[in-house]
Design a protein around this ligand. Structure first.
Ligand code: PSU
Ligand code: MN
Length: 333
């Protein structure tokens, strides 16, 4: 059984911050949302919920490894103290919170289209499946009233962007939605320096939790510092909450690196990324296809070690996201 969102109106997350503007637009989007009973109930009771994307599952490790990964991410959110809400598009709806059967469908169906924000209308209308990116998951989480999203690494400014103009929609969506995004920095395939510059331009706070450096997904450091840092969960939750209470309309990025023993060597990853970028150019890969292509190429070049690192990152950020969601919920009591 799934619940529609009507019961959720006016409930759930922190009403004082006024986020989820679309909920005031006649509630039309609510008809498109399909929340699991567990997620709907948790939101109604003001309990912590964490949104998770599905691109990382469908375009991640081969089945059934990706199903096992999705379940491990869910469990990590629970270990952190929150209810996991895996997001995807199916049967003309935004699915928010998946049953085991739905997770299996998203993991086991080959090549579900990667759905960024601009794609959601076509995919909803088609009635087919869509694997949500950070951008579209933010869009949907915000509509559903979920204040925290967990991912491995956000998208950002791609390398060679002066030629390709390729800047992930994840960055723009961070300015439109009020969600705390817990991640291990940005993907190493990107230009991390330019990504940080762009986040500054967009007014998106980037706060390192117990880390000085902005991480680079599989690596503990990108070589760039986090613009801000705190080592206290309560301070982190306060910073996020007050950012919104002050009237800021965008998201907050929280970074936490992969554990040192799971991390890959930065020089080795950089070498692999440079090789992969050249291969992508040679093969004429660009647009939405570039991120999955580069991640796969790096995985091959590191003899699959990046797959294990990616798993470790996703699990550690999911656990912290659960803790952040709980700390945010505690502030509303
Ligand atoms: N993990 C993968 N493949 C992907 C992504 C993650 O194995 O494509 C994603 C994330 O969902 C992220 C998105 O939000 O790529 C960014 O892609 P782009 O640069 O096309 O905006
Ligand atoms: Mn792009």
């Amino acid at each position: 059984m799934v619940a529609t969102l009507d019961a959720h109106k006016g409930h759930g997350r922190i009403p004082t911050t006024g986020r989820g503007a679309s909920r005031q637009e006649g509630g039309k989007v609510h008809q498109l949302l399909r929340l699991s009973d567990e997620v709907e109930q948790a939101l109604r009771e003001g309990r912590p919920v964490v949104a998770c994307e599905t691109t990382v599952i469908n375009h991640g490790p081969p089945y059934p490894g990706n199903l096992e990964l999705a379940c491990a991410i869910d469990q990590a959110v629970r270990d952190g103290g929150a209810v996991p809400a895996t997001i995807g598009i199916a049967d003309g709806h935004f699915v928010v919170g998946m049953s085991d059967g739905e997770l299996d469908r998203f993991a086991g169906t080959k090549h579900i289209p990667k759905a960024s924000t601009r794609d959601v209308g076509m995919i909803l209308a088609s009635g087919g499946l869509g694997a949500t990116t950070v951008a579209s998951s933010l869009f949907i989480a915000d509509h559903a009233g979920i204040p925290v999203l967990s991912t491995g690494g956000i998208g950002g400014v791609h390398r060679n962007t002066s030629v390709t103009f390729d800047i992930s929609a994840d960055l723009m969506e961070l300015t439109r939605r009020q969600v705390a995004v817990v991640c291990s920095g940005a993907k190493s395939i990107l230009d991390v320096g330019l990504t940080l510059e762009y986040l500054e331009t967009l007014g998106v706070p980037v706060i390192g939790y117990r880390c000085a450096d902005f991480p680079a997904y599989y690596c503990t450091s990108s070589g760039f510092p986090n613009p801000q840092r705190t080592d206290e969960l309560a301070t982190l939750a306060a910073a996020i909450d007050v950012h919104w209470k002050a009237g800021a309309t965008g998201s907050v990025v929280v970074t936490s690196p992969i554990e040192a023993e799971d991390a890959l060597d930065s020089d080795r990853v950089e070498q692999a990324v440079q090789g992969a970028v050249q291969e992508a150019e040679r093969d004429g890969v660009h647009g939405a296809a570039i991120t999955p292509y580069l991640l796969k190429a790096v995985s091959a070049a590191t003899e699959g070690r990046s797959a294990a690192a990616s798993r470790a990152v996703l699990i550690s950020t999911a656990k912290l996201a659960g803790q952040v969601a709980r700390a945010l919920a505690d502030r509303q009591e």
